[in-house]
Unconditional design. Structure first.
Length: 272
């Protein structure tokens, strides 16, 4: 599963290193050398002529200092470079590296979208030693955004409920998921989303695990639940199809194996 390496040390204050490694983003896509899918060297990053305030500390990993930056336009330092979506790196690049890139992408998006105060449009200032932009005029503060979303695998005897989400990037059956609304607990969101999306009532919720998911700044919080009552009735705006999968059914192909959804499904695959 996509998790921050245990040996990574996060940093907030920038450090002076002779050879930093820089994650450079353009709206969620990462600048890499195409041939090796590696980060640009220091000289290449310097040639982009980015202002100092575009750079933010990320942390230390395997003896190297990592930082991040963002660009307005997808400028390329040479034909051997390109911007790559993080999903395209799954299963190809080291998972620890992708996890750091995922963390960096969320911070880059925070920095890009909080240059100006959302209340009075004054240019924002980053506080010393804190991941926070603050408006010098009205005092509004902006921390990196985290959007909690519930995920739930509903069980009914030896069957599990899987759904194909209408707007998902991958057309495959997986667990139900949805963002929390203001004022909701995670458990309340589970009950609401299951009923809204497939018309079922559930009970006996059990926490499974959580995962940061950088598309663009989600925190996935996964549960299992037991079927209580109701017949499947899909909300076609959200769900293309939903059905029960048992031991005799062909299990859906998990094209993305680094997600908590894959962990949740694999842990509850019906036994043949």
């Amino acid at each position: 599963m996509l998790l921050t390496p245990a040996t990574f040390t996060p940093l907030i204050r920038p450090q002076d290193h002779d050879d930093p490694l820089t994650f450079v983003f353009h709206r969620g896509e990462l600048l890499l050398r195409n041939e090796i899918l590696g980060l640009p060297d220091r000289e290449t990053v310097a040639a982009l002529n980015l202002p100092a305030e575009r750079f933010h500390a990320l942390g230390l990993w395997e003896g190297r200092y990592y930082q991040l930056a963002w660009v307005d336009q997808p400028q390329l330092p040479g034909p051997e470079y390109g911007y790559h979506g993080l999903r395209s790196l799954f299963g190809i690049v080291d998972e620890g590296f992708v996890a750091l890139a995922a963390r960096a992408s969320q911070l880059a998006e925070w920095a890009r979208t909080h240059r100006y105060c959302g209340v009075c449009a004054t240019p924002m200032r980053q506080l010393e030693g804190e991941r926070c932009y603050k408006c010098p005029s009205c005092g509004m503060s902006a921390y990196p955004r985290i959007s909690p979303a519930m995920m739930v695998l509903v069980r009914k005897g030896d069957q599990v409920l899987l759904a194909m989400h209408a707007n998902a990037p991958y057309k495959r059956y997986t667990a139900l998921a949805g963002f929390l609304e203001a004022g909701e607990s995670i458990e309340e969101a589970v009950h609401r989303e299951v009923y809204e999306e497939v018309g079922l009532r559930v009970h006996n919720l059990k926490y499974f695990g959580s995962q940061s998911w950088p598309f663009p700044h989600s925190l996935m919080i996964a549960y299992t639940a037991e079927y209580l009552d109701g017949e499947i009735r899909v909300d076609q705006n959200e769900i293309a199809d939903a059905r029960w999968f048992g031991a005799g059914d062909e299990w859906p192909d998990m094209t993305v194996t680094v997600s908590i959804a894959a962990e949740l499904l694999n842990a509850h695959r019906p036994q043949r």
